[in-house]
Design a protein. Structure first.
Lengths: 619, 352, 311
C-alpha cells in the first residue's frame, strides 16, 4: 500500500502540472477577449427587476414592457421632462375648435418606420381605430379613446378627431402609432398570441421610435440598436440592452463588476451599500407611487348588495380614524424604505400639482386612538380586546400581506403590533397578488396592504373611489373586483368625478380633484402610509447626461418618457469599459484554467493508473 | 432522501430486504427483453396515472388568472369575459378539453400570453446543461470518494470523508448557492469574486460559438457545484456502503488469496458489483435533482425549467405549471424505467 | 441474562407470562441502549439534537417574545453586524438574529417531527397493507405507492403549498407529511414481505390469527424498529424541504423559521452587502439539525439491523 501511495502521489503531481501548463497555454492563446476599443459600439446596459411580459403593446401590462414600447413607438404627444406638461411628439402642433369637440393634429413629415415605410396620417388613423374598435387593444389604451367618436385623415400629415364629449385627455394621447401595413395582418384573433418580436410573422417591433429591437430573449435580455433614420434628434449612443435580474443582489453585483451600466428600482438596503462607492452614482428620486392600507368599509356590489366577511366595526368612520392614529408612518418609512421616502397623506403624490396636503394631518398618537375608540363605545373586554358597543363581536381582524413584497409583509407585521396597542386582535396571512385581488373583490378581508403608481393625469387614480368601481357579479355567480378596494361610495364624490373629467381649465380641474382627495382623506378610505422614493444607480464613469422627470429630483429612467436614452453619452469610451473587460478576462482565464486543470488532472489520474496496472496484470 | 429510496428499490444485496425475492414482480422466467417489456407496460400504466394527477392537481388551484389586469383600466368587458369563460368552465368540460390535449401543446400561458411550449422550449437546454454537468461532477467525485473510503474502511480518509460527506448531505443546496455567490462572485476576504452570479450566457453570444460555450461554462460552474455537492455526498455514501458490502464477499477473499493486487481486485470485481446501487441511485436521482434544480436556478437566476416552474407558480399560470409538471413526472418515469432495466441488465438474478 | 438464568435464579417465584415478557423487553432495551452508545455518530447526533431541542424549549425564556415584535424593536439598528449587544447582529427590522434563530428552532423541529409522524403513520399503514394483503388490494396499494413516487417531490410540494391559500405552519406540516410517505411505505412493504416469509407467521395464520392480529402482533413489532430509523431520516428531509419552501417564499413570513430568515436575508441583499451574519447562521443551524437526525438515523439502522453493522 505504501508503495502504491507514493507512486500515486508522484503521478498525480506530474499529471496535474502538465494539465495546468497545457490549460494555461490554451487559455491565454485561445480565449477570445472582448476588449472595448475606440470605434466599438456604445451600448447602454440597463438592469431591471421586472420582466417584460409581452412586447405586444396590446397585450403586455408591466412597466418594463411600457419602457420597451416607449423606445420603439412614438405617440402624438409626450409628457414634458420638466413637469409632465404636454409637449409635441409626432404631432408637431395641434388645434382645437371652440367647443372643444374637434381636434386637429399636424404630424411631422419626415417620420418613417424602421422598415423604411414613411409614417403618415393613415397609420395614425389606423392606430386609433384599432383601439376604438378593438377588444384586447382597449386594455391599455381604451381610456384615452373613450370620448373619441371618429378619427380621419384629411391629408397625408393631418389627422382630425371628433369627440362625443369634451375631455382634457386630448393632449395626453399616449396611444402608440403602429405601422398599418404590418398590423393589419394581425387580426383580432391573432393579436392575443402575436409576440411582436423581430422574428415573428409579420416582423414585429417595427416602430418610428429612436431605437429598434434587434433581439428579445424572454426572461434574460432585450437588445436595441439606434434607429439611423429617426425623425427626431439622434441619440448619442449606439444601442440599449435590458437585462432582467431576479434579485437585487445579483443586479447590484453586475453593476459593480461593470456587467451593466444602470440598475433600476433598488431596495433601500443595497442602495445604501452603493452610496459612496467610486464610479457609481446612487440616486434617490421622488416618485409617483404610494403604499397604502385599505379597510373593508362595507364591501358591496355595484348594485348595493353587501358581500364578504368584513368586520362591522370598520364601517364606522371613527374606528378607521382611530386606526389611522395608531399607525406610526415615520417608523414605516424608516424601516421599510430606510428613510427614503415620506409619510403618506392623500392619493395623489406630492410631486404632482394636484396633490392635496391636509392642513391638520393625522399623526401617530396611540392615546388619541384609544380615546376615540373609548368614546365611540368600543369598550375593552376582560382580555383587553375591544368589542362592538353592544358587547358582542370582539374586534379581531383578518389582515393580508402580499407574498412578493418585503414592504408589504413588514407593514402588516407592524400593523399587528399597533392594533394590539389599541385593543384590536388580528390574524395575518400572506397571499399572492392574484389571490389578493380575488379576496379584495369578494370582501373577505378586513385590512390589507398594497400600492399604486399614479399617472400624471389624475383621472385614473381618482376614479378608483367611484361607486361603479366596486365589485360586480358575473353571470356564473362569481364576484370580481373592480378598482375600488376601499368600497368607498359617495354620491357627491361621483358627481365631482364627472365634473373634472370634462373640465378643460387646468386650475379649475385641479381644484375639483383636490376636493375629491380631501373627501377621501377625511373619510379615511385608505391609510396612505408612505410615498416611496425610486432608487436607481448607474456607473458615473461610463455615462453622463441623464434627464430627470420631473426636474430636478425625478426618476432618470422608466419615466413617462425616454429623455435619458436620447440624451446620455459615454464619459470616455476607453477607460470604463476596458477596465471591466480586463476584469472579466482575468476571471475567465483563472476560472477556466483551474476548472480545466482539475478536470484534466482527474481524467489523467484514472487513465495513467489503468495503464500501469495492465502491466502488472496477473489473472 | 434517495438513500432510503435506493434501499427500498428492491436492491437485493444490501439494506433490510437483502436476500428477499419479490414474488409478484419476478414470478416468471424470462430474458432481458421480456423484463423490459413488462417494465414498459407498467410504465404505461403509471403514465396514465401521471396524466390524471396532472389534471386534478391543478384544478385545485384557486386564483383569478385574469387578475393580472388589475390596475389597467377599461379592459373590454367582452375580452375579460372571454378570458374568464375559458378558465372557469365546469370541471367536466375542462377535463374533456384536457384529454384532447394532455400535453398542453396548444395551451396559452396566462402569464405571458404566449403558447406554453414556446416558453418551455427555450428553457430546456440550460437545465440539461446544469443537470448534466452537476451529475457528472457528483458522480465522478462522489464515486471516487466512496470507493476510496470503502476500500480502506476505518482509515483516516474514510473517517474524514464520511464526516465531510454527511455534512454536505445535510446542506440545503440553495444556501450553498448563496454562499458560493458570496465567496466566488461577490468575493469576500481571500476569496476571489470571479464567477458570474446569474444567467447562463452573456448577452449577444451565440450559444454554439466558442465564446458562447466558454460563457456558458463560466456561468454554470457555481450552480452546478451547488447542485452537485449534495448528490456527491449521497453517491459517495452509497458507493462506500456497497463497497464495504462487497468486501465481505467470498470471491474477493479468494481473489486476494490468489495474490491479486488490491487495486486490480478493486477495479475488476468489487467496483462493478458495488456500482449497482450507485447506478440505480444516479438514475433515480435524476428525477429528484430536478427539485434541487428549482432552488439553485432561482438563486442563480439560471434560466432553465426549474426557474420557470417557480415563476409559473408565482404567477398562478395554470397551463405552464401543468406542462412543466408533466415534463418532470415523465422524466422521473423514464429514468426509473432506465434504472430498472440497467439493474436487470447488470444483475441477471433480478430478471428471474 | 437469558430467560433461563432468570428463572433458575429465583426458583421460588412463578413468573407470569406478562412479567417475563416485560423483563425481556427491559433487557432488550438495555441491549439497545448499550449497542447505540457504541455508535459514535449516533451519540454525537443525540447530543447535537439535545442542544437544539433545549434551545427550542428555552427560547421563550432566553429571548422573550417581545424581541421578535417589530413594533418593539424600532429603536434597534437595522442590519447591524455582530456587536456586544447583538451577538449575531440584527435583521432588517432591528430584531436580534440570535433570538430569531432560537425561535426558528421551534418551527423547524415542530414541522420536522410532526410531518414525519404523519409520514410514518401513512407509510406504515400502506406499507404493511400492501405487503400483507395479496390480490387486488395489496397490488392497488403497491401501485399507489409507486405512482406517488413518480410525482416529482419538490415541484409537488411547491404546487400544494401554493394551492392551499393559508400559509400557516400546520399547512406546511400537512403538505410535507402527505408527500413524503411513499419512501417509508416502500421500505415497510419490503420488510413486511420479509417478515411474512418467516415460519412463525405461517404458524400464526394456521392457528387462526386474523389479519389484523397478524399485522399488529407480529408484523408491526418487527417492522417498527426499521420504521423508526427511517422516520428519523425522514425528519431530516422534511426539515430541508421546509427550509426550501420558506426560502422560496412559500412559507409563513409571520412565523420566523430558518427558511424564511434565509428568504429575507436574500431579499435584503445579504449576499451582496456581505451580511454574512444573516446568511450563515440559519444555514448552519439547518445543517446541524439535519446532520443530527441523519447521524441518529444511521446509527439506529446499524443497531437494529446487525448486518449493516459491519460497516
Amino acid at each position: 500500500m505504501l508503495r502504491n501511495g507514493r507512486a500515486g502521489l508522484r503521478r498525480l503531481a506530474v499529471v496535474t502540472a502538465a494539465g495546468l501548463v497545457a490549460t494555461m497555454a490554451a487559455a491565454f492563446g485561445g480565449v477570445s477577449t472582448a476588449t472595448a476599443a475606440d470605434g466599438d459600439p456604445v451600448i447602454f446596459r440597463v438592469g431591471m427587476l421586472q420582466d417584460v411580459d409581452s412586447l405586444n403593446p396590446y397585450k403586455g401590462i408591466t412597466a418594463a414592457a411600457y419602457e420597451m414600447w416607449a423606445l420603439t413607438y412614438d405617440s402624438l404627444t409626450k409628457y414634458g421632462a420638466a413637469d409632465f406638461a404636454p409637449e409635441p411628439n409626432l404631432a408637431e402642433s395641434w388645434d382645437t375648435s371652440d367647443d372643444g369637440l374637434t381636434w386637429t393634429y399636424n404630424l411631422v413629415q419626415n417620420a418613417s418606420f424602421s422598415d423604411g415605410t414613411p409614417l403618415t396620417s393613415e397609420d395614425v388613423v389606423y392606430s386609433f381605430e384599432r383601439v376604438i374598435n378593438g377588444k384586447v387593444e382597449k386594455t391599455n389604451w381604451g381610456s384615452y379613446v373613450k370620448q373619441i367618436e371618429s378619427v380621419t385623415a384629411t391629408d397625408d400629415f393631418t389627422v382630425v378627431m371628433q369627440l362625443k364629449k369634451v375631455t382634457p385627455l386630448m393632449e395626453r394621447l399616449s396611444v402608440p402609432i403602429v405601422p398599418k401595413h404590418l398590423w393589419e395582418q394581425v387580426d383580432e384573433n391573432e393579436v392575443r398570441k402575436y409576440p411582436n418580436e423581430p422574428d415573428s410573422t409579420p416582423p414585429g417591433s417595427i416602430g418610428s421610435g429612436p431605437f429598434i429591437l434587434t433581439q428579445a430573449q424572454e426572461g434574460q435580455f432585450y437588445t436595441f440598436k439606434t434607429n439611423p433614420n429617426y425623425w427626431g434628434e439622434a441619440p448619442k449612443i449606439d444601442g440599449v440592452e435590458f437585462q432582467f435580474f431576479r434579485n437585487a443582489d445579483a443586479m447590484v453585483q453586475a453593476l459593480e463588476s461593470g456587467e451593466i451600466d444602470f440598475a433600476d428600482d433598488l431596495d433601500a438596503n443595497v442602495f445604501a451599500a452603493l452610496e459612496g462607492q467610486p464610479n457609481i452614482e446612487a440616486r434617490s428620486s421622488v416618485y409617483y407611487g404610494f403604499n397604502y392600507l385599505t379597510f373593508n368599509a362595507g364591501a358591496q356590489l355595484v348594485d348595493g348588495t353587501p358581500i364578504g366577511t368584513g368586520h362591522p366595526s370598520l364601517k364606522d368612520p371613527q374606528v378607521r380614524l382611530a386606526i389611522h392614529y395608531a399607525v406610526d408612518k415615520e417608523a414605516l418609512v424608516s424601516r421599510t424604505l430606510d428613510g427614503r421616502g415620506s409619510v403618506g397623506t392623500s392619493i395623489i403624490p406630492p410631486l404632482y400639482p394636484e396633490h392635496y396636503e391636509p392642513e391638520d394631518p393625522v399623526t401617530y398618537d396611540v392615546d388619541m386612538a384609544n380615546q376615540i375608540l373609548d368614546d365611540a363605545g368600543y369598550t375593552k373586554g376582560a382580555d383587553g380586546i375591544r368589542t362592538m358597543p353592544d358587547g358582542t363581536n370582539p374586534l379581531v381582524y383578518q389582515l393580508y400581506a402580499r407574498q412578493n413584497s418585503e414592504t408589504s409583509q413588514t407593514t402588516i407585521k407592524f400593523l399587528q403590533g399597533w392594533l394590539r396597542d389599541i385593543g384590536i386582535d388580528s390574524t395575518a396571512d400572506t397571499v399572492s397578488e392574484n389571490r389578493l385581488y380575488e379576496i379584495a373583490g369578494e370582501g373577505t378581508f378586513d385590512m390589507y396592504e398594497w400600492g399604486w403608481i399614479v399617472e400624471p393625469d389624475p383621472d385614473y387614480q381618482v376614479s378608483t373611489f367611484t361607486c361603479d368601481q366596486m365589485s360586480y357579479e358575473w353571470k356564473d355567480g362569481t364576484i370580481y373586483a373592480g378598482l375600488n378596494d376601499a368600497f368607498y361610495c359617495n354620491d357627491e364624490y361621483d358627481r365631482l368625478y364627472t365634473e373634472q373629467s370634462t373640465e378643460i381649465d387646468r386650475d379649475k380641474r385641479t381644484a375639483i380633484v383636490m376636493e375629491m382627495e380631501k373627501m377621501a382623506y377625511d373619510a379615511n378610505a385608505y391609510i396612505v402610509t408612505e410615498y416611496y422614493d425610486y432608487l436607481q444607480a448607474y456607473r458615473s464613469d461610463r455615462f453622463t447626461g441623464f434627464v430627470p422627470q420631473p426636474d430636478p429630483d425625478g426618476a432618470i429612467l422608466f419615466q413617462y418618457g425616454i429623455y435619458s436614452y436620447l440624451n446620455i453619452e459615454p464619459v470616455t469610451a476607453d477607460t470604463g469599459s476596458s477596465a471591466s473587460s480586463e476584469g472579466s478576462n482575468a476571471g475567465l482565464i483563472v476560472g477556466g484554467a483551474i476548472a480545466a486543470a482539475a478536470l484534466i488532472g482527474i481524467v489523467a489520474w484514472f487513465a495513467t493508473r489503468g495503464r500501469r496496472s495492465s502491466d502488472a496484470d496477473v489473472e | 432522501m434517495a438513500l432510503r429510496d435506493v434501499a427500498a428499490h428492491e436492491f437485493p444485496e444490501s439494506g433490510p430486504e437483502a436476500g428477499l425475492r419479490e414474488p409478484s414482480a419476478k414470478a416468471t422466467k424470462g430474458g432481458l427483453a421480456r423484463f423490459t417489456g413488462r417494465r414498459l407496460l407498467a410504465a404505461a400504466g403509471t403514465l396514465v396515472w401521471v396524466l390524471l394527477a396532472n389534471f386534478f392537481l391543478f384544478r385545485l388551484l384557486p386564483g383569478d388568472p385574469a387578475a393580472r389586469y388589475r390596475g389597467v383600466r377599461n379592459i373590454d368587458p367582452a375580452e375579460l369575459a372571454r378570458i374568464r369563460e375559458e378558465l372557469s368552465a365546469p370541471m367536466w368540460n375542462q377535463f374533456v378539453g384536457y384529454l384532447k390535449d394532455p400535453l398542453q401543446l396548444s395551451g396559452i400561458s396566462s402569464w405571458k400570453g404566449e403558447p406554453v411550449w414556446d416558453l418551455v422550449g427555450g428553457r430546456f437546454w440550460p437545465t440539461i446543461v446544469l443537470l448534466g454537468t452537476s451529475t457528472i461532477i457528483a458522480t465522478v467525485v462522489g464515486v471516487w470518494i466512496g470507493i476510496k473510503a470503502g476500500w480502506n474502511r476505518g482509515g483516516r480518509f474514510d473517517k474524514a470523508s464520511t464526516g465531510v460527506t454527511l455534512l454536505f448531505y445535510a446542506t440545503p443546496e440553495f444556501w450553498l448557492g448563496l454562499i458560493l455567490i458570496l465567496l466566488f462572485s461577490t468575493g469576500v476576504w481571500i476569496f476571489p469574486g470571479v464567477f458570474p452570479s446569474r444567467g447562463v450566457i452573456d448577452s449577444g453570444l451565440d450559444p454554439l460559438s466558442i465564446a458562447g460555450i466558454q460563457s456558458i461554462a463560466f456561468h454554470t460552474v457555481l450552480p452546478a457545484t451547488a447542485l452537485a455537492v449534495v448528490y456527491l455526498a449521497e453517491y459517495s455514501l452509497i458507493m462506500r456502503a456497497s463497497m464495504v458490502d462487497e468486501l465481505g464477499q467470498d470471491y474477493l477473499t479468494t481473489a486476494r488469496a490468489k495474490g491479486l493486487m488490491d487495486r486490480l481486485v478493486r477495479r475488476r470485481h468489487a467496483v462493478p458489483n458495488a456500482s449497482l446501487p450507485t447506478i440505480t441511485l444516479i438514475f433515480l436521482n435524476l428525477g429528484f435533482v430536478i427539485g434541487g434544480a428549482i432552488t439553485v436556478e432561482t438563486v442563480f437566476s439560471y434560466p432553465g425549467l426549474g426557474l420557470l416552474t417557480f415563476e409559473a407558480v408565482s404567477q398562478n399560470d395554470l397551463a405552464l405549471m401543468q406542462a412543466l409538471f408533466l415534463i418532470f413526472s415523465v422524466s422521473i418515469l423514464v429514468f426509473n424505467v432506465i434504472a430498472d432495466v440497467l439493474i436487470a441488465a447488470i444483475d441477471p438474478r433480478i430478471r428471474v | 441474562m437469558s430467560l433461563d438464568e432468570q428463572v433458575s435464579a429465583e426458583p421460588a417465584k412463578v413468573e407470569s407470562v406478562r412479567a417475563v415478557s416485560r423483563q425481556r423487553r427491559r433487557a432488550s432495551r438495555r441491549r439497545f441502549v448499550a449497542a447505540f452508545s457504541k455508535q459514535r455518530g449516533g451519540v454525537a447526533g443525540v447530543v447535537l439534537l439535545a442542544f437544539f431541542v433545549a434551545t427550542a424549549l428555552l427560547a421563550p425564556l432566553l429571548f422573550p417574545s417581545d424581541m421578535l415584535d417589530v413594533t418593539r424593536t424600532i429603536s434597534n439598528p437595522a442590519n447591524a453586524p455582530p456587536s456586544s449587544e447583538f451577538w449575531l447582529g440584527t435583521d432588517e427590522n432591528g430584531r436580534s438574529i440570535l433570538a430569531l434563530l432560537a425561535w426558528g428552532a421551534r418551527i423547524s423541529l415542530t414541522v420536522g417531527i410532526s410531518a414525519s409522524i404523519i409520514t410514518m403513520i401513512i407509510g406504515t399503514l400502506v406499507g404493511i397493507g400492501s405487503g400483507h394483503f395479496g390480490g387486488w388490494f395489496g397490488a392497488l396499494l403497491e401501485r399507489l405507492t409507486d405512482w406517488f413516487l413518480v410525482l416529482p417531490f419538490i415541484p409537488l410540494v411547491i404546487v400544494l403549498a401554493s394551492v392551499l391559500n393559508s400559509r400557516g405552519v400546520w399547512v406546511m406540516v400537512a403538505v410535507l407529511g402527505v408527500t413524503s410517505w411513499p419512501g417509508t411505505a416502500r421500505l415497510v412493504r419490503a420488510q413486511t414481505l420479509s417478515v411474512e416469509g418467516r415460519p412463525y407467521l405461517e404458524r400464526a395464520k394456521v392457528l387462526g390469527d386474523s389479519n389484523w392480529q397478524q399485522m399488529t402482533r407480529h408484523v408491526l413489532p418487527n417492522v417498527m424498529p426499521l420504521v423508526l430509523a427511517n422516520t428519523t431520516l425522514t425528519v431530516a428531509i422534511v426539515i430541508l424541504s421546509e427550509t426550501t419552501l420558506g426560502f422560496l417564499g412559500l412559507g409563513d413570513p409571520f412565523t420566523d423559521s430558518w427558511g424564511t430568515m434565509l428568504d429575507r436575508a436574500s431579499a435584503s441583499g445579504a449576499a451582496s452587502t456581505g451580511a454574512w451574519w444573516y446568511l450563515l447562521p440559519p444555514g448552519f443551524c439547518v445543517i446541524l439539525v439535519v446532520l443530527a437526525f441523519t447521524l441518529i438515523g444511521r446509527a439506529l439502522e446499524v443497531v437494529l439491523n446487525p448486518r449493516l453493522g459491519e460497516r
